[in-house]
Design a protein. Structure first.
Length: 326
């Protein structure tokens, strides 16, 4: 007999476990549920769930079977798939993988901005056509980046942008002073937010998906931007009204977009975005660097130890707002 808590690894089986997860066995009893069908029985007396390669509907469908669940660890920064009403109304603690992905995602954003500013995409197209044609290019230095969502990903990007000589601003949930950004503009203040959008050469959407951020970037937001501005989304696809983005790109309301996330994934084969030369498409992988799986598992292993000892967990999420704490 053992009094170690039971943790269900959702979306994996013992023949193909997440890398390094056996280290958690020192703190918890590991139990595997490869899919939603296996979860109702596995979760009944479980204390925790490691949301590995899973779908939110699996957990919600099995929720009524959970008799003593106290903690859910997400394998990503985003936790929108977990924010269903029953969980939000409960006292179950949710933690995410903050600290694993932000530097890698920030590097992708810098690369996308450089690809546009240095005309790399244009030059690649000319290369494939065998054309030798010299053009001028832009500088990132001196241009302005607006980070919408000044959390860990936005901050990591801003640090790198400033190192390249860019000027950075931020917009977030509430107006406040910030050491890195100065004054953060509240997205709820339409006049102030639109003014900030109008100042930016590059606009980064690094928002989590919450009721307040869903389709935040609509036709009015894109209309507030400069016709020379580029838009980047590494947060969640549903924070953007995709038809409005497509229209803004087609009409020249904005100059381009670098997109790693989309309203529907995979991106539909008939989406106009595929054929737009001013769009850079990435298949929701900008944070997936070599070794990311093991890093995510290490967060779970550390938290499993904290959980077993009754200590405060790392990377807690405020389930009422859908944002990380701290």
């Amino acid at each position: 007999m053992t009094d170690r808590p039971i943790a269900v690894v959702l979306g994996a089986d013992p023949d193909d476990p997440p890398p390094g997860i056996e280290a958690a066995s020192a703190h918890v009893q590991l139990r595997y549920a490869p899919d939603g069908d296996a979860l109702p029985d596995a979760i009944r007396d479980a204390d925790a769930v490691f949301f590995w390669r899973a779908e939110g509907d699996w957990l919600r469908a099995a929720w009524s079977r959970a008799e003593r669940l106290r903690w859910v660890q997400s394998a990503s920064d985003g936790v929108d798939a977990l924010m269903f009403p029953e969980l939000v109304a409960s006292d179950v603690e949710v933690t995410n993988a903050r600290g694993v992905f932000e530097d890698a995602i920030a590097e992708w954003v810098i690369g996308a901005m450089l690809a546009f500013a240095a005309r790399i995409l244009d030059q690649r197209d000319r290369q494939l056509r065998g054309e030798w044609e010299s053009t001028t290019r832009e500088r990132l230095a001196g241009s302005r980046l607006l980070v919408v969502g000044p959390g860990p990903i936005g901050r990591a990007t801003a640090v790198r942008a400033r190192a390249l000589g860019m000027r950075v601003e931020a917009a977030g949930r509430a107006a406040r002073g910030d050491e890195l950004f100065g004054e953060i503009v509240p997205t709820g203040d339409t006049e102030a937010f639109h003014a900030a959008l109008g100042r930016a050469d590059h606009v980064l959407d690094a928002l989590p998906l919450t009721p307040a951020t869903r389709r935040l970037f609509d036709a009015a937001r894109f209309a507030a931007m400069r016709p020379t501005a580029r838009f980047y989304n590494v947060g969640r696809g549903a924070t953007v009204e995709e038809p409005a983005l497509i229209a803004a790109l087609a009409r020249g309301t904005i100059a381009g977009a670098g997109l790693d996330v989309f309203a529907g994934e995979p991106l539909a084969a008939d989406s106009p975005l595929w054929a737009m030369p001013q769009v850079l498409i990435s298949p929701h992988m900008c944070g997936d660097v070599d070794g990311w799986e093991a890093e995510v598992v290490s967060v779970f292993v550390e938290n499993a130890g904290r959980f077993a000892r009754g200590e405060s967990l790392r990377n807690r999420v405020d389930t009422a707002s859908g944002f990380g704490i701290g």
